[in-house]
Every structure is written in structure tokens, then in C-alpha cells.
Design a protein around this ligand. Structure first.
Ligand code: SIN
Length: 531
């Protein structure tokens, strides 16, 4: 079954939705998403969106903070562009109906780690939910956008794939997509394909990402021949709730921005030993400090203490966090919260240029799936929603120039071939491998790494990959199998990039190369599939 549109958008977070809304002014948009439209990482973002909105702040200060956090490898031109276009892009969000929290006549600005000024616009502590609410309403009202919920992309369709050979310039023509409701595989063709599939936190055993974060876009783009960069820089959020039933519930960095202090079990604050900004040091430093404290003292967690602040203000500023913790029997106004780090944000991804185009023509990538050069070796808090929204506009401005591309004749685009696949009665193979990848990544490719552990992880991942490839073509494809194949590809890419980088920088810390090496490694790590 073939479905044709001008723009195929894969993913329904801030990146996909804002692109779709802009693109719909010029053509028909097919928007596919693997669950309900609101189920994206954006929806769970608590902190907010960083931008220069205060008289006391400057573009230079925001750029400087971004680059300090990025540990020397942010692309300065990208940082400047994103920071300077930020205020207008945020005004666009407001126009689409997003309501940020105000304070008197102005927006209430909060602080997070690594920011020298208050510059984070937020909607209480559910910023992402508010952004998603407004954008989804706008998308639903747009007659030019056709939504396909419960549809998961399997693989991209490219000219090279159809021709079964390497081409000097490869072009994306759409994607094969599994309709999860019916089990049918549909062929979506489009002049422009946009990956807005988010990140890959599910590659790790512990993550505050939603279940949809399985790195689908990165894995598909890599398989199709696009370059991928800086995959070793997985950001671990320092503070997720440590509770057996909480499934890594995020405690926003804004809680520290409003005065919370990290303490050991015995109550001793420890961040002053690690950084002059103490609890508001960049995230890589805080996460490593917590990991170190837990290892030295043999503790399962550390504690985040805001009990010294006014309880009414805490309840008012963090209604969602307060209420959720209360449901787990923890009153944050009266007791410190037990917290641990968990995988949170992937700074690397599919390499894109200044227009968000990948090195496959007519294929764009924006948001967490993409590597633009903004984040360097460590993302500054709340810069990601900003990056996604700014690059959605960049992609849109460029993608409309591709609308006069001659489409490939529909008959030349093959439908999905499931060969002799049969129904599998061995789903245990999928769940076993799923667990093994995530556990290996957590144990061997976590906050502190060594070359030996990285090599061990790679051996295991490669074995699992062989098994998946056999399984993939023998059995009828399912959403779980697609995701397993994708997390395993992304795991391999993270390890390969981590092995390339023979130094420690930002989020990548290898005990065999504990120093930063600006002579050889002040650069990105790249990887491209060899066909
Ligand atoms: C948080 O609220 O701590 C997360 C914000 C971010 O990761 O940018």
C-alpha cells in the first residue's frame, strides 16, 4: 500500500510538530508517530526552554555558557545562530498557543546547571506537556496535516537502496512503515522526509526517557548511509528519583536552580568539592560527582534537599514533582529526596548541515535525533527544546526549496518484502536481547568507562546483532523487533564512537585516558556505514 505526500514527518515532539505546522503552509504533510501523538520526550520535559529574555542577560552570555558546558567542541557558528534566533522562535511558540509561566508583566525565568543567568522559560514544572498540548491542538486543526498514530518506521527508502549500489548522491524517497494496529507494512513516499524521532535513552537500563526513546531515527539513517557523529556523549541526568516503583522519574535541575542541595546519606553536602558552581555545576560534573560519592561510600543513592526553602513556594513552583513524589510517600518540603543519575539526552546523532539536511539528499533530521554541533561534549540544560524549534524552522526554510524535486515514479518504489517470514512464537528472544543490550550498556558504557569494558560491550552487542539479523528476516516484523534492532544499532554506534575518542571530555570519561587532549581530540567523532 502506497501513501504519497509532500512531507513525511517521523516523530511528534516539538521538532516534528513545529516543522509540520510550518511545512503544511506549502504542501501535504503525513505525520507518523509510534504511539499516541503526545507520547514524545518533549511531553516529559520539565525544566524548560533557554533563551535570552531578561535585560540582565545577553546573547554572548548564553553562547559562553553553552560553550563552557560543551567542553571545547561546540560549533561556535551554530551556537551563535541558535542563541540569536531563540527569542523569535519562542514568540512563534507563544503564537501557536504555548503558555509559559509569567511573573507580573514578564515571563518567569528560572535557572539550571551551567547557566550564569536566569534564562529558562517554563510552564510550572511541566513545560513539555504545555508545549505538546498547544502544538498538538494546532496540528489537529490543520487540514493539510494527516496524522498516523501507532505507526512505526522500519527503514528509509533511498535511491541507493532501490538501485542496490552506492550512488554518488543518494536521495531519500520516504519510508516503509509498520501500522501497529493492523500489522500491515505501508510505503510512505514523499519529496521531503524529516526525522524527528528523538533520542535513545532506552539503550540504557536506567533512563528517565519515555519508552519511545529507542534511537529509531539514528539507526535508520545510519543503515541508509547517513553520517552519524559524537555518539559517545550520552548525558546522564544527575537526579532521577530513587524508588522501586518510580521508573526513573526526573527531578528537574530547576529544583537545584531554586536552591536544592545534594547531600550524602549522613547529610554532608558534597558538590563544593567538585566545582565552584557547586550544585549548579554542568551536568556531566554533577553526575560524575554523584557516581563517585555513591561508589566511595557504598551508597545506593544520594539526597536532594530543598527542605530549607519555603514549602508553599516549593509546592507552587514544582506542583507536578511535589505531587508525584508524594504519591511515592515522599514529601519534598519535609524530607530530602533519594536520587540517582540516569540516561537522559544524547548529544550526538545524525549529522546535519546548517539547514538540518543530512548527507542523504531530501532527508532532514532535527531535535535529539540530530547532531548539529550545538551541544559539543555536554548539552547545557534546556538548550534542547530551543535547538529543536530553531532547526525545525531551518529545515522548513530549506525543505520547501526541494518541493520541485521530481518524485521517483511510484512504480519504481518497491513495497516491503517480508519474504518467507512467519509468525514467531519466541518473543522471549526479543525480551532477553533487549535486556542484555541495556544491561551491558549500563554496566560497561556508563558514566565512567574503560577501554576494556567498551570492548567487552562491543563483543556482546555484535553477537546480539547477528541473532537479530537472522530473526529479523525469518519472522513477521513487530514493533518490539524493530525497536530492538534500533537500540542495538545505536548501542554499537555509542561504543564505536567511545572507542575512537582516546581522551576524556565532557560526558565521555575513560579511566584509561583520564585527561582532555586538545591537541588530538578537540573535534567530533564521525561514523558512517561501509557498504
Ligand atoms: C530538567 O528539568 O532537569 C531537564 C532539563 C533538560 O534536560 O534540559
Amino acid at each position: 500500500m502506497k501513501l504519497e505526500s509532500d512531507f513525511l514527518v517521523i516523530g511528534s515532539g516539538i521538532a516534528g510538530l513545529t516543522f509540520a505546522l510550518r511545512a503544511a503552509r506549502h504542501g501535504r504533510v503525513a505525520l507518523i508517530t509510534k504511539r499516541e501523538i503526545t507520547e514524545s520526550a518533549t511531553n516529559y520535559a520539565q525544566g524548560g526552554i533557554a533563551s535570552v529574555f531578561s535585560q540582565e542577560d545577553t546573547f554572548d552570555a548564553h553562547c559562553e555558557d553553552t560553550m563552557v558546558a560543551g567542553a571545547g567542541i561546540c560549533h561556535e557558528d551554530v551556537v551563535k545562530m541558535v542563541v540569536e534566533e531563540g527569542p523569535q522562535i519562542i514568540r512563534d511558540l507563544i503564537e501557536w498557543g504555548v503558555q509559559f509561566t509569567t511573573s507580573g508583566e514578564t515571563y518567569d525565568l528560572t535557572r539550571e546547571g551551567g547557566h550564569s543567568k536566569r534564562r529558562i522559560l517554563h510552564a510550572d514544572d511541566i513545560t513539555g506537556r504545555e508545549i505538546e498540548r498547544a502544538l498538538v491542538a494546532a496540528v489537529r486543526a490543520d487540514a493539510n496535516i494527516e496524522m498516523y498514530e501507532h505507526h512505526i518506521a522500519i527503514d528509509l527508502i533511498t535511491e541507493a537502496k532501490i538501485a542496490r549500489k552506492r550512488l554518488k548522491t543518494n536521495r531519500c524517497l520516504g519510508a516503509h512503515v509498520l501500522d501497529k494496529n493492523t500489522g500491515a507494512v505501508k510505503t510512505f513516499t514523499a519529496k521531503v522526509t524529516l526525522l524527528a524521532t528523538g533520542g535513545a535513552g532506552k539503550v540504557y537500563l536506567y533512563t528517565c526517557n519515555p519508552d519511545v526513546a529507542t534511537g529509531d531515527g539514528i539507526a535508520m539513517a545510519y543503515r541508509a548511509g547517513a553520517s552519524v557523529a559524537n555518539m559517545e556523549f550520552m548525558q546522564f541526568h544527575p537526579t532521577t528519583l530513587y524508588h522501586p516503583n518510580a521508573k526513573s522519574f526526573l527531578i528537574s535541575e530547576a529544583v537545584r536552580g531554586e536552591g536544592a542541595i545534594l547531600r550524602r546519606r549522613d547529610g554532608t553536602p558534597f558538590m563544593e568539592r567538585y566545582h565552584h558552581l557547586k550544585d549548579l555545576a554542568p551536568r556531566d560534573i554533577v553526575a560524575r560527582a554523584i557516581d563517585n560519592e555513591m561508589k566511595i561510600h557504598g551508597d545506593d543513592c544520594v539526597y536532594l534537599d530543598i527542605t530549607h526553602e519555603n514549602p508553599d513556594s516549593v509546592r507552587e513552583r514544582f506542583p507536578n514533582i511535589y505531587q508525584t513524589c508524594l504519591e511515592y510517600g515522599l514529601d519534598m518540603t519535609k524530607q530530602p529526596l533519594p536520587v540517582v543519575p540516569a540516561a537522559h539526552y544524547l548529544c550526538g546523532g545524525v549529522m546535519v548541515d546548517e539547514h538540518a539536511e543530512t548527507d542523504i539528499a531530501n532527508l532532514y533530521a532535527i531535535g535529539e535525533v540530530a547532531f548539529t554541533g550545538l551541544h559539543g561534549a555536554n548539552r547545557l540544560a534546556s538548550n534542547s527544546l530551543l535547538e529543536a524549534a530553531v532547526y525545525a524552522n531551518k529545515a522548513y526554510e530549506h525543505a520547501i526549496t526541494r518541493l520541485d524535486t521530481t518524485p521517483a515514479p511510484a512504480e519504481d518504489i518497491p513495497d516491503w518484502d517480508s519474504g518467507t517470514a512467519t509468525n514467531s512464537d519466541e518473543m522471549v528472544v526479543v525480551s532477553q536481547n533487549w535486556d542484555e543490550v541495556r544491561r551491558s550498556m549500563w554496566n560497561y558504557v556508563g558514566i565512567v568507562r574503560s577501554t576494556k569494558r567498551l570492548e567487552r560491550a562491543l563483543r556482546r552487542i555484535r553477537l546480539i546483532q547477528e541473532e537479530i539479523e537472522d530473526y529479523y528476516w525469518d519472522f513477521i516484523i513487530t514493533s518490539d523487533l524493530i525497536e530492538l534492532r534500533n537500540i542495538t544499532t545505536v548501542a554499537e554506534l555509542i561504543v564505536l564512537c567511545a572507542l575512537q575518542r582516546k581522551e576524556s571530555r565532557g560526558l565521555h570519561y575513560n579511566i584509561d585516558f583520564p585527561e582532555r587532549d586538545d591537541t588530538h581530540w578537540k573535534k567530533d567523532s564521525y561514523i558512517k556505514k561501509q557498504f
